[in-house]
Design a protein around this ligand. Structure first.
Ligand code: AMP
Ligand code: MN
Ligand code: MN
Ligand code: MN
Length: 273
Protein backbone atom coordinates (compact mmCIF):
# COMPACT_ATOMS: atom_id res chain seq x y z
CA UNK A 1 0.00 0.00 0.00
CA UNK A 2 1.18 3.46 -0.97
CA UNK A 3 -0.21 6.93 -0.31
CA UNK A 4 1.38 10.03 -1.81
CA UNK A 5 -1.38 12.54 -1.03
CA UNK A 6 -2.50 13.15 2.55
CA UNK A 7 -3.31 16.17 4.73
CA UNK A 8 -2.58 16.84 8.39
CA UNK A 9 -3.54 19.59 10.79
CA UNK A 10 -0.69 21.66 9.34
CA UNK A 11 -3.26 22.52 6.64
CA UNK A 12 -6.85 21.31 6.51
CA UNK A 13 -6.58 17.76 7.85
CA UNK A 14 -7.98 16.87 11.26
CA UNK A 15 -5.12 14.65 12.52
CA UNK A 16 -1.69 15.64 13.76
CA UNK A 17 1.14 14.39 11.51
CA UNK A 18 1.89 11.68 14.08
CA UNK A 19 -1.73 10.49 14.27
CA UNK A 20 -1.92 10.50 10.47
CA UNK A 21 1.23 8.40 10.03
CA UNK A 22 0.06 5.97 12.72
CA UNK A 23 -3.33 5.57 11.04
CA UNK A 24 -1.69 5.01 7.65
CA UNK A 25 0.72 2.45 9.13
CA UNK A 26 -2.18 0.60 10.78
CA UNK A 27 -3.86 0.39 7.39
CA UNK A 28 -0.75 -1.17 5.82
CA UNK A 29 0.76 1.85 4.09
CA UNK A 30 4.48 1.31 3.52
CA UNK A 31 5.34 4.45 1.54
CA UNK A 32 3.74 7.74 2.47
CA UNK A 33 4.05 11.41 1.54
CA UNK A 34 2.50 14.22 3.59
CA UNK A 35 1.18 16.85 1.16
CA UNK A 36 -0.35 19.75 3.09
CA UNK A 37 -1.71 22.75 1.19
CA UNK A 38 1.07 25.30 0.53
CA UNK A 39 2.86 24.27 3.71
CA UNK A 40 5.83 22.19 4.86
CA UNK A 41 5.31 22.61 8.61
CA UNK A 42 4.06 19.07 9.29
CA UNK A 43 6.96 17.29 7.59
CA UNK A 44 9.48 16.97 10.45
CA UNK A 45 6.92 15.45 12.83
CA UNK A 46 5.60 13.10 10.11
CA UNK A 47 9.13 12.01 9.25
CA UNK A 48 9.87 11.12 12.87
CA UNK A 49 6.56 9.27 13.22
CA UNK A 50 7.24 7.31 10.02
CA UNK A 51 10.65 6.30 11.30
CA UNK A 52 9.06 5.07 14.54
CA UNK A 53 6.36 3.18 12.62
CA UNK A 54 8.97 1.67 10.28
CA UNK A 55 7.45 2.99 7.05
CA UNK A 56 9.10 4.91 4.25
CA UNK A 57 8.45 8.65 4.24
CA UNK A 58 8.63 11.10 1.35
CA UNK A 59 8.36 14.87 1.80
CA UNK A 60 5.53 16.57 -0.04
CA UNK A 61 3.38 19.65 -0.53
CA UNK A 62 0.21 20.45 -2.51
CA UNK A 63 0.68 23.83 -4.18
CA UNK A 64 -2.34 26.00 -5.04
CA UNK A 65 -1.82 27.03 -8.64
CA UNK A 66 -3.71 29.38 -10.95
CA UNK A 67 -3.87 28.59 -14.65
CA UNK A 68 -6.27 30.38 -17.02
CA UNK A 69 -8.28 31.73 -14.03
CA UNK A 70 -8.73 28.15 -12.80
CA UNK A 71 -7.23 26.60 -9.67
CA UNK A 72 -5.05 23.52 -10.18
CA UNK A 73 -3.33 21.58 -7.42
CA UNK A 74 0.29 20.66 -8.14
CA UNK A 75 1.85 18.18 -5.73
CA UNK A 76 5.57 18.33 -5.08
CA UNK A 77 7.04 14.99 -3.99
CA UNK A 78 10.47 14.35 -2.53
CA UNK A 79 11.22 18.05 -2.19
CA UNK A 80 14.04 19.43 -0.03
CA UNK A 81 12.11 21.18 2.77
CA UNK A 82 15.07 23.52 3.32
CA UNK A 83 15.10 24.84 -0.24
CA UNK A 84 14.97 28.64 -0.34
CA UNK A 85 13.04 29.06 -3.58
CA UNK A 86 10.30 26.69 -2.46
CA UNK A 87 10.04 28.29 0.97
CA UNK A 88 9.87 31.84 -0.40
CA UNK A 89 7.19 30.78 -2.89
CA UNK A 90 5.10 29.04 -0.24
CA UNK A 91 5.47 32.06 2.08
CA UNK A 92 3.82 34.19 -0.62
CA UNK A 93 0.95 31.72 -0.94
CA UNK A 94 0.47 31.68 2.83
CA UNK A 95 0.32 35.47 2.82
CA UNK A 96 -2.28 35.31 0.04
CA UNK A 97 -4.24 32.78 2.14
CA UNK A 98 -4.23 35.19 5.09
CA UNK A 99 -5.51 38.10 2.98
CA UNK A 100 -8.13 35.90 1.35
CA UNK A 101 -9.30 34.58 4.74
CA UNK A 102 -9.90 38.11 6.02
CA UNK A 103 -11.84 38.93 2.83
CA UNK A 104 -13.94 35.73 3.10
CA UNK A 105 -14.77 36.79 6.67
CA UNK A 106 -15.69 40.30 5.53
CA UNK A 107 -17.96 39.01 2.78
CA UNK A 108 -19.68 36.54 5.10
CA UNK A 109 -20.27 39.35 7.60
CA UNK A 110 -21.83 41.50 4.86
CA UNK A 111 -24.00 38.45 4.20
CA UNK A 112 -25.09 38.47 7.84
CA UNK A 113 -22.69 35.91 9.33
CA UNK A 114 -20.45 37.44 11.99
CA UNK A 115 -17.25 35.98 13.44
CA UNK A 116 -16.24 33.61 10.65
CA UNK A 117 -12.73 34.99 10.17
CA UNK A 118 -11.81 34.74 13.86
CA UNK A 119 -13.51 31.34 14.02
CA UNK A 120 -11.63 29.93 11.03
CA UNK A 121 -8.36 31.30 12.41
CA UNK A 122 -8.95 29.53 15.72
CA UNK A 123 -9.47 26.22 13.88
CA UNK A 124 -6.33 26.66 11.75
CA UNK A 125 -3.86 25.73 14.47
CA UNK A 126 -0.93 26.34 12.18
CA UNK A 127 -2.14 29.74 10.95
CA UNK A 128 -2.67 28.23 7.49
CA UNK A 129 -6.33 29.15 6.93
CA UNK A 130 -8.19 27.19 4.25
CA UNK A 131 -11.82 27.15 3.17
CA UNK A 132 -12.12 23.84 5.03
CA UNK A 133 -11.67 25.78 8.28
CA UNK A 134 -14.45 28.18 7.28
CA UNK A 135 -16.64 25.20 6.38
CA UNK A 136 -15.97 23.62 9.77
CA UNK A 137 -16.73 26.88 11.59
CA UNK A 138 -19.95 27.33 9.58
CA UNK A 139 -21.01 23.84 10.73
CA UNK A 140 -19.97 24.40 14.35
CA UNK A 141 -21.96 27.66 14.41
CA UNK A 142 -25.05 26.01 12.87
CA UNK A 143 -24.91 27.94 9.60
CA UNK A 144 -24.49 24.70 7.63
CA UNK A 145 -25.21 21.04 8.30
CA UNK A 146 -22.10 19.50 6.74
CA UNK A 147 -18.86 20.86 5.20
CA UNK A 148 -19.97 20.06 1.62
CA UNK A 149 -23.18 22.03 2.30
CA UNK A 150 -21.12 24.93 3.68
CA UNK A 151 -19.16 24.94 0.40
CA UNK A 152 -22.34 24.70 -1.63
CA UNK A 153 -24.07 27.57 0.19
CA UNK A 154 -21.23 29.92 1.07
CA UNK A 155 -17.72 29.03 -0.09
CA UNK A 156 -17.80 27.62 -3.63
CA UNK A 157 -17.23 29.79 -6.68
CA UNK A 158 -20.11 32.22 -7.15
CA UNK A 159 -21.33 31.93 -3.53
CA UNK A 160 -21.40 34.85 -1.05
CA UNK A 161 -18.13 33.95 0.71
CA UNK A 162 -16.15 33.09 -2.42
CA UNK A 163 -13.03 35.15 -3.05
CA UNK A 164 -11.16 34.61 -6.31
CA UNK A 165 -7.46 34.31 -5.52
CA UNK A 166 -4.41 34.33 -7.73
CA UNK A 167 -2.16 31.53 -6.53
CA UNK A 168 1.19 30.47 -8.01
CA UNK A 169 1.53 30.30 -11.79
CA UNK A 170 1.97 26.83 -13.31
CA UNK A 171 5.60 27.51 -14.24
CA UNK A 172 6.16 28.89 -10.74
CA UNK A 173 4.82 25.96 -8.75
CA UNK A 174 6.59 23.42 -10.97
CA UNK A 175 9.74 25.56 -10.87
CA UNK A 176 9.80 25.69 -7.06
CA UNK A 177 9.32 21.91 -6.87
CA UNK A 178 12.16 21.31 -9.33
CA UNK A 179 14.39 23.84 -7.55
CA UNK A 180 13.81 21.75 -4.42
CA UNK A 181 14.77 18.56 -6.30
CA UNK A 182 11.25 17.12 -6.38
CA UNK A 183 8.75 15.65 -8.80
CA UNK A 184 5.74 17.75 -9.86
CA UNK A 185 2.46 15.81 -10.02
CA UNK A 186 -0.91 17.17 -11.15
CA UNK A 187 -3.39 16.14 -8.44
CA UNK A 188 -6.91 14.72 -8.98
CA UNK A 189 -7.14 15.61 -12.72
CA UNK A 190 -10.84 14.74 -12.97
CA UNK A 191 -11.94 16.94 -10.06
CA UNK A 192 -11.47 20.38 -11.57
CA UNK A 193 -14.98 20.62 -13.02
CA UNK A 194 -13.40 21.16 -16.44
CA UNK A 195 -14.68 19.94 -19.76
CA UNK A 196 -12.49 17.30 -21.42
CA UNK A 197 -11.16 19.84 -23.90
CA UNK A 198 -10.12 22.18 -21.05
CA UNK A 199 -8.53 19.29 -19.20
CA UNK A 200 -6.50 18.42 -22.29
CA UNK A 201 -5.39 22.06 -22.53
CA UNK A 202 -4.43 21.98 -18.85
CA UNK A 203 -2.46 18.75 -19.27
CA UNK A 204 -0.71 20.18 -22.32
CA UNK A 205 0.27 23.29 -20.32
CA UNK A 206 1.35 21.17 -17.33
CA UNK A 207 3.57 18.98 -19.53
CA UNK A 208 4.97 22.01 -21.36
CA UNK A 209 5.79 23.69 -18.03
CA UNK A 210 7.87 20.63 -17.06
CA UNK A 211 5.32 18.63 -15.06
CA UNK A 212 6.47 15.09 -14.24
CA UNK A 213 3.47 13.10 -13.11
CA UNK A 214 -0.28 12.66 -12.90
CA UNK A 215 -2.33 11.33 -10.01
CA UNK A 216 -4.03 8.37 -11.70
CA UNK A 217 -5.67 6.91 -8.62
CA UNK A 218 -7.23 9.20 -6.05
CA UNK A 219 -9.34 8.21 -3.01
CA UNK A 220 -12.88 7.37 -4.07
CA UNK A 221 -12.07 7.05 -7.78
CA UNK A 222 -14.08 4.46 -9.69
CA UNK A 223 -12.81 2.24 -12.52
CA UNK A 224 -13.82 4.69 -15.22
CA UNK A 225 -11.98 7.58 -13.54
CA UNK A 226 -8.85 5.47 -13.17
CA UNK A 227 -9.02 4.34 -16.80
CA UNK A 228 -9.44 7.93 -17.98
CA UNK A 229 -6.55 9.24 -15.89
CA UNK A 230 -4.39 6.29 -17.01
CA UNK A 231 -5.11 7.21 -20.62
CA UNK A 232 -4.02 10.81 -19.99
CA UNK A 233 -0.84 9.75 -18.18
CA UNK A 234 0.15 7.60 -21.19
CA UNK A 235 -0.85 10.19 -23.74
CA UNK A 236 1.11 13.00 -22.04
CA UNK A 237 3.99 10.74 -20.98
CA UNK A 238 3.54 11.51 -17.32
CA UNK A 239 4.59 9.22 -14.48
CA UNK A 240 1.81 7.86 -12.29
CA UNK A 241 1.14 8.81 -8.70
CA UNK A 242 -1.50 7.48 -6.29
CA UNK A 243 -2.95 9.15 -3.21
CA UNK A 244 -6.06 9.13 -1.06
CA UNK A 245 -6.29 12.93 -0.47
CA UNK A 246 -7.18 11.95 3.09
CA UNK A 247 -8.31 14.84 5.32
CA UNK A 248 -10.20 13.26 8.20
CA UNK A 249 -11.63 9.93 9.39
CA UNK A 250 -15.22 11.00 8.57
CA UNK A 251 -14.97 10.31 4.81
CA UNK A 252 -14.72 6.52 4.31
CA UNK A 253 -13.97 6.80 0.56
CA UNK A 254 -10.63 8.46 1.05
CA UNK A 255 -8.96 6.80 4.00
CA UNK A 256 -5.16 6.38 3.82
CA UNK A 257 -3.72 3.69 1.54
CA UNK A 258 -4.02 2.77 -2.14
CA UNK A 259 -3.02 -0.60 -3.62
CA UNK A 260 0.42 -0.13 -5.13
CA UNK A 261 -0.35 -1.94 -8.40
CA UNK A 262 -0.71 0.47 -11.33
CA UNK A 263 -2.89 0.01 -14.39
CA UNK A 264 -1.38 -0.25 -17.87
CA UNK A 265 2.38 0.11 -18.20
CA UNK A 266 2.73 3.43 -16.45
CA UNK A 267 5.97 4.49 -14.80
CA UNK A 268 5.44 4.92 -11.06
CA UNK A 269 6.54 8.34 -9.85
CA UNK A 270 8.07 6.60 -6.82
CA UNK A 271 10.64 5.02 -9.16
CA UNK A 272 12.30 8.47 -9.09
CA UNK A 273 12.61 8.82 -5.29
P1 AMP B 1 -8.67 26.26 -0.25
O1 AMP B 1 -7.36 25.72 -0.78
O2 AMP B 1 -8.49 27.05 1.02
O3 AMP B 1 -9.46 26.97 -1.29
O4 AMP B 1 -9.51 25.02 0.22
C1 AMP B 1 -9.68 23.96 -0.66
C2 AMP B 1 -10.01 22.71 0.15
O5 AMP B 1 -11.37 22.72 0.50
C3 AMP B 1 -9.81 21.45 -0.66
O6 AMP B 1 -8.49 21.01 -0.53
C4 AMP B 1 -10.76 20.49 0.02
O7 AMP B 1 -10.14 19.91 1.15
C5 AMP B 1 -11.87 21.39 0.51
N1 AMP B 1 -13.05 21.38 -0.35
C6 AMP B 1 -13.19 21.94 -1.57
N2 AMP B 1 -14.42 21.77 -2.05
C7 AMP B 1 -15.11 21.08 -1.11
C8 AMP B 1 -16.45 20.60 -0.98
N3 AMP B 1 -17.34 20.79 -1.95
N4 AMP B 1 -16.77 19.93 0.14
C9 AMP B 1 -15.89 19.72 1.13
N5 AMP B 1 -14.61 20.16 1.08
C10 AMP B 1 -14.23 20.83 -0.02
MN1 MN C 1 -7.90 20.18 1.39
MN1 MN D 1 -6.38 19.15 -3.97
MN1 MN E 1 -5.27 17.36 -1.27
Amino acid sequence: MIDLHLHSRASDGSLTPTELVQLAATRGVQLLALTDHDCLAGLPEAQTAAQTAGIRFVTGVEISTTWQHKTLHVIGLNVDPGNGELNVGLAHLQAARGIRAAEIGRRLSVHGIQGAYAGAQRLAVNGNVTRTHFAQWLCDSQHAGTPPKAFQRFLARGKPGYVATIWAGLEESIGWIHAAGGQAVLAHPLRYAMTRSWLIKALTAFKQAGGDGLEVICGGDNRDNIATATHYASRFELAASVGSDFHNPATPWNQPGIEASLPGNLTPVWAFF
